[in-house]
Design a binder for this molecule. Structure first.
Ligand code: NAP
Length: 353
């Protein structure tokens, strides 16, 4: 039987951190192997399909290098006539969408020789090197170094009506989706009582006519400063002691409102008209396959063990992006930490040899 090949570096994940790590490790001649995730109903339901959270969003306007809007005036003044003409013909389109950005990153990684497997890693043995990783499809792969870039998934309440209207008014990212035309000058609903809910609700007031915060208790979990900022905002109305009973809508218009229920008196319900519903009840990092072998922070995110590095508690295992970042949680910071993880892995592998 042929001896199993030992990979230099296996990257688990397929968001900006994973592709950025793949681009850098491929260019360092490490021949990375990426497990981008499996296309399964289970992953669809959980929001963990290949290409990650960005694949679930629409326009991305805050990723440097993809400016939105009409740039012809800028090109005309910043470049000579020939270059401006060329740029005007290629950059006619607005910004980039989340799915496009991910496809571009994936292709960029592929162009440098990254090999990609469309499967989940479901378990691993990190107790000895080379590390062993097992796929959902039942295959095993061995690696000298592993970069975990599996991201985090937004928590939803789990209502069928929430699922039905995803991308049709249901979102878990106000910063990504809030500026869409469907939300402008309309009432919107944010569910949750933490800092994310305060931040999302405050952000949405830029576009919405009213933002309802629906919270299950009579006090917020959010920090005082963020809670006060939200409470002071005239466009925000809080529905205390309230839970979402159902997201209301139809196939043509998507979300049209929510029905809320009083959390202390079950019989009291109220319907709120709204064009959007934003879940802000936290995120869950995708760490199940590690099965406790890598140290986690108290909130379940991977612990980076060395300041300004992507090292984890297991030597040779590095973490990048949202799976370890519970603070910035941005596409561009994830891409940055993917690059860091690639350089950390490359240097660590060089030291081993
Ligand atoms: P969080 O602090 O865990 O708050 C989650 C909120 O969702 C809580 O109010 C919780 O209600 C509610 N919730 C959870 N499950 C629910 C359910 N099934 N039904 C109804 N409500 C539910 O999460 P987060 O707001 O995403 O914040 C995560 C971390 O990031 C925090 O450490 C936060 O400080 C930080 N963060 C900081 C900033 C900032 O400083 N700019 C911004 C965003 C987030 P209960 O309160 O009743 O449990």
């Amino acid at each position: 039987m042929a001896e199993q090949q030992i990979e230099n570096v296996v990257i688990v994940g397929s968001g900006p951190a994973a592709w950025s790590a793949a681009i850098y490790t491929a260019r360092a001649e490490l021949k990375p192997l990426v497990f981008e995730g499996a296309i399964t109903e289970d992953n669809r339901q959980r929001g963990t399909l290949p290409l990650g959270q960005l694949a679930l969003t629409t326009e991305v306007e805050n990723f440097a290098g993809f400016p939105a809007g009409d740039l012809s005036g800028y090109f005309d003044t910043a470049f000579d006539e020939r270059k401006a003409k060329e740029l005007n013909s290629t950059h006619h389109k607005k910004g980039v969408s989340g799915p496009e950005l991910m496809e571009l990153m994936r292709q960029q990684a592929k162009n440098f020789g990254t090999r990609i497997v469309t499967d989940d890693i479901v378990s691993c043995d990190l107790s000895q090197r080379p590390f062993t990783l097992k796929t959902l499809g039942g295959k095993e792969v061995q690696a000298q170094a592993v970069i975990v870039a599996t991201g985090a998934r937004a928590n939803y309440l789990g209502l069928p009506s929430e699922d039905k209207f995803k991308n049709m008014g249901v979102s878990a990212c106000a910063v990504c989706d809030g500026a869409l035309p469907r939300f402008r000058n309309k009432p919107l609903v944010v569910v949750g009582g933490g800092d994310s809910a305060m931040e999302e609700a405050t952000f949405l007031t830029k576009f919405a006519s009213t933002v309802y915060i629906v919270h299950r208790r009579d006090e917020f979990r959010a920090s005082r400063i963020m809670a006060e900022r939200a409470l002071k905002n005239e466009k925000i109305e809080v529905k205390w002691n309230s839970v979402i009973d159902e997201v209301l809508g139809d196939d043509k218009n998507g979300v049209t409102g929510v029905r809320i229920r009083n959390s202390s008196d079950d019989s009291q319900t109220e319907e709120l008209e709204a064009a959007g519903y934003f879940a802000a009840i936290g995120h869950t990092p995708n760490v199940d396959f590690l099965d406790g072998q890598v140290e986690l922070k108290q909130n379940g995110y991977i612990q980076w063990t060395t300041p300004f590095r992507t090292n984890t508690s297991v030597e040779g295992v590095f973490a990048a992006g949202d799976v370890a970042d519970d603070y910035y949680k941005q596409a561009i910071t994830a891409a940055g930490s993917g690059c860091q993880a690639a350089l950390d892995a490359e240097r660590w592998l060089a030291e081993q040899e």
